[in-house]
Design a protein around this ligand. Structure first.
Ligand code: MN
Length: 565
């Protein structure tokens, strides 16, 4: 079988040897869709090649399923291909399935984190593997489809996002969406069909207007196009906007790609002169990139016919980096150097950007139980981040939902322990105040002050909780908090249907958790309900299962919870 891209790699490369080896091993195996198994290995290797991961990674990608599907061992791989490739294949072989969400195999995940922390290529090849598996998901039996889709949504897509690989992350989410929330997926498709079409047509209509105006000001962008928001991304945003489509301004956004950074700002000026900006909608992600490295100018304007339109302005290089993330970074490195560096793995240049991987590795040692590990993992690393400012204008990156306590511990353990009050934007706030991006946070400390037990419920980050526990002299880290009863308030967004509330109360009944308060509000126009429910005094270990079961009720869109004192 001739593979076009593989021909570009010199024939003495280890990549060819690995291809021949894998083809021989998998020669009788078939994929669920009837394809020869090697097709999958080739696809994974191709992504690794396109992401410029180097020949060793391409070889490891060819070999990634060999150990699982034959008698070949890692030792054999080491003998035939050397230490480096054997290490990569070993890392890839370890992570078979996470059994997400019912029985997450935490040991497996832990090992995977450790190996990709040592070498990011393990994670990237794994993402390539998952990407191809998601593209061929429809051929799998339903239970495996659902499990793959959940893992993809909860673990892999957020990991890709954190690596700045926006395109891959978005594609993974969209591939998983129909399996994770089938009803919602159909609903969204139906609801937005017309909106996408009219807004797309509208964006096309204004392109000549803006092109002309830019030209009049001496700006000639490389191109102006429109981008339609991805379905899953839209769905997540709708959840935050009460499912109100009219409040989503970036369903279709206009994208201006310029040659230089100066042109970005110049183009922004022209856009704002032509159309009035919507207040508080301008974001300068060039001066302050998102934590995952995303750079662009975003503005929303009252456009022709008084319609509202989002405009994104960035250079070609930024655009490529935004879409490809870490992979684009290597590509640029390699283009810059004249020597053929294809075989040289340079790893990540800017170590600081990826401290979260080191954090992830160190921090996972502190967990005693698996639920806590997985919940903490998701909360700390995979959810949306906010960034807030210190009084000296340093940026602090925290998970969404973080409180001043998390902030204080992030600055310094002592500041956390001695914290007696907090100001946000110069105003005193309570400790349970939820921080927002852009908040300026100031911590008031008192010497010798000790944290109080209730802080464990206020802190959202695992790091803060750990330090609080240490300060409280909890003898057995983790056990303490587990025993403590908490009053927890759940908020559940769901499609309104008869019997929904009964299903919700049944989930709590089955878990033997008492409901102390329950109310439901319905938006009849949108056919959505928001259920608010308080559960009294139950052990925290039941929480994970409860959340999973609530999400499984047909019609559930989103479940969130918080502790109340
Ligand atoms: Mn595979």
């Amino acid at each position: 079988m001739a593979i076009e891209w593989l021909e570009k790699i010199p024939s003495d490369s280890v990549a060819h040897k690995a291809y021949a080896f894998a083809a021989e091993i998998h020669k009788d195996a078939k994929r669920m869709n009837g394809d020869p198994y090697i097709v999958h290995s080739i696809e994974v290797a191709r992504s690794s090649y396109e992401w410029h991961l180097g020949d060793a990674a391409v070889a490891a990608a060819f070999l990634h399923d060999v150990v699982e599907d034959s008698d070949v061992t890692i030792r054999d791989i080491k003998k035939a291909f050397g230490e480096e490739i054997a290490f990569l294949v070993d890392g890839l072989t370890k992570l078979k399935t996470l059994q997400y969400p019912e029985n997450p195999d935490i040991e497996n995940l832990r090992r995977f984190i450790l190996s990709f922390g040592k070498d990011l290529r393990v994670l990237l090849i794994k993402l390539a593997d998952r990407f191809h598996n998601m593209k061929t998901l429809k051929f799998l039996p339903p239970d495996r489809q659902e499990r793959f889709a959940w893992e993809t949504t909860e673990i892999y897509a957020p990991l890709a996002y954190r690596l700045g690989m926006q395109r891959l992350s978005g594609e993974l989410e969209d591939l998983a969406f129909p399996y994770v929330h089938p009803e919602e997926y159909r609903w969204l498709l139906q609801e937005t069909k017309n909106d996408y079409a009219t807004r797309e047509a509208y964006a096309k209509k204004v392109v000549p207007l803006i092109t002309k105006e830019l030209a009049r000001n001496g700006i000639h962008p490389i191109r102006i196009d429109s981008r339609a928001k991805r379905y899953y991304s839209l769905y997540k945003k709708l959840l935050r906007y009460d499912m109100d489509l009219s409040r989503i301004y970036d369903l279709v956004a206009l994208r201006i790609i310029t040659r230089t950074v100066a042109e970005c700002y110049a183009a922004l000026g022209v856009v704002h002169q032509l159309w009035q900006p919507v207040p508080n909608r301008f974001k300068d992600y060039i001066a302050r990139p998102k934590p995952n490295g995303y750079r662009s100018l975003h503005t929303t304007v009252f456009c022709a016919d008084s319609r509202i339109l989002e405009v994104q302005i960035k250079t070609e290089e930024m655009h490529e980096a935004n879409e490809m993330g870490i992979a684009a970074h290597w590509a640029y490195e390699q283009v810059k150097s004249s020597k053929d560096k294809r075989n040289e793995w340079k790893g990540v240049k800017n170590k600081k950007e990826l401290t979260w991987i080191t954090q992830l590795q160190n921090w996972q040692k502190h967990f005693v139980n698996e639920k806590e590990f997985l919940e903490g993992l998701k909360f700390d690393f995979f959810k949306d981040r906010i960034f807030v400012l210190t009084p000296r204008n340093d940026i602090v990156d925290l998970p969404f939902g973080a409180t001043p306590i998390d902030f204080a511990y992030r600055i310094h353990t002592d500041i956390g322990n001695e914290c007696v009050g907090a100001k946000v934007n110069h105003v005193i706030v309570p400790f349970d105040y939820v921080l927002h991006s852009g908040d300026m946070v100031e911590i008031i400390t008192q010497r010798g002050k000790k944290p109080s037990e209730s802080w464990l419920r206020l802190a959202k980050t695992a790091a803060a909780k750990k330090h609080i526990r240490i300060a409280l002299h909890a003898k057995h880290i983790g056990l303490h908090a587990k025993k403590e009863p908490a009053l927890i308030e759940f908020r559940i967004i769901n499609v309104d249907r008869p019997g929904y509330l009964k299903d919700v109360t049944a989930v709590f009944g089955n878990a033997k958790v008492n409901i102390s308060f329950l109310t439901s509000q319905t938006d009849h126009r949108m056919k959505f309900s928001a259920v608010t429910l308080r559960a009294s005094a139950f052990p925290e270990r039941k929480l994970g299962k409860l959340l999973v079961n609530l999400k499984k009720i047909p019609g559930t869109r989103e479940v969130s919870y918080k502790s109340i004192r």
